[in-house]
Design a protein around this ligand. Structure first.
Ligand code: PGA
Length: 260
């Protein structure tokens, strides 16, 4: 019922347009025209246009890593949803933990961005997840609750159905530590329950909830096989086409096995 979404979050990489184009070309060539899983890449803003040119004719979506909630005006340094659509974006990552924790982004700010992204007809990939201290202090569910209810406030069920969530435990991002499939599935089931309570069962069943945090070729199959994990948001392992393609292949395998 839900098609897996495997998205590559390139973060502040690579450092040249030439390398970004080469990476996109590698992913495009490796994927071909397969659409059994959805795939997207999220390069830095400055490479979006060139990567969009590479992706022409391929089913790969193009994502930004952030956006501002206003459409235009005196907001130095910001980029709007309509600008992202203009350069070919289909998706936008919002509320990544590196922005929540590194740049002070609150759930209220994320909520404004989510609404602006929907207005611009972009698919938001909204990130949530607890820190190590919060997990050890048994506050994981409370933190997820705050981030879900704050970031997704005021949305209609139909809007919610078009949003992708990414559960990314902060302690697993870029650390080589991965949540076990049991830990990840438990968090995803909690998120699905919350969606059911707030938006109803039919909507909750449609929302794609990705897992993120040190996803690699060798753990992807197990994670993606969990019933409430509908894809992966991949950082480090998306910077090499062959590594990213191996994760996509794991997604294709679980899909062929009847998961979707
Ligand atoms: P990682 O990053 O795969 O390098 O842990 C994931 C993310 O931050 O989206």
């Amino acid at each position: 019922m839900r098609t897996l979404l495997i998205a590559g979050n390139w973060k502040l990489n690579p450092t040249t347009a030439e390398a970004a184009v080469a990476l996109a070309e590698g992913v495009k060539t490796g994927l071909g025209t397969a659409t059994d899983v959805h795939v997207a890449v999220a390069p830095p803003f400055v490479f979006l246009s060139q990567v969009d040119g590479v992706l022409e004719g391929s089913p790969i979506g193009l994502s930004a890593q952030d956006m501002y909630w206003e459409n235009s005006g005196a907001f130095t340094g910001e980029v709007s949803g309509s600008m992202l659509v203009d350069v070919g974006c289909t998706h936008v990552i919002l509320g990544h933990s590196e922005r929540r924790h590194g740049m002070g982004e609150t759930s209220d700010i994320v909520n404004r961005k989510v609404k602006a992204a929907l207005e611009a007809k972009l698919i938001p990939i909204v990130c949530i997840g607890e820190t190590k201290e919060e997990r050890l202090g048994e506050r994981t569910e409370a933190v997820l609750l705050e981030q879900l209810s704050g970031s997704l406030a005021g949305l209609a069920p139909e809007q919610m159905a078009g949003i992708v969530l990414a559960y990314e435990p902060v302690w697993a991002i870029g650390t080589g530590l991965t949540a076990t499939p049991e830990q990840a599935q438990a968090a995803h089931a909690f998120i699905r329950d919350w969606l059911t309570k707030v938006f109803g069962e039919a909507t909750a069943a449609r929302v794609v909830v990705q897992y993120g945090g040190s996803v690699k070729a060798d753990n992807a199959l197990q994670l993606l096989g969990c019933p409430d994990i509908d894809g992966a948001l991949v950082g480090g392992a998306s910077l090499k086409a062959s590594d990213f393609l191996a994760i996509i292949k794991a997604g294709q395998e679980v899909t062929a096995g009847g998961k979707a």
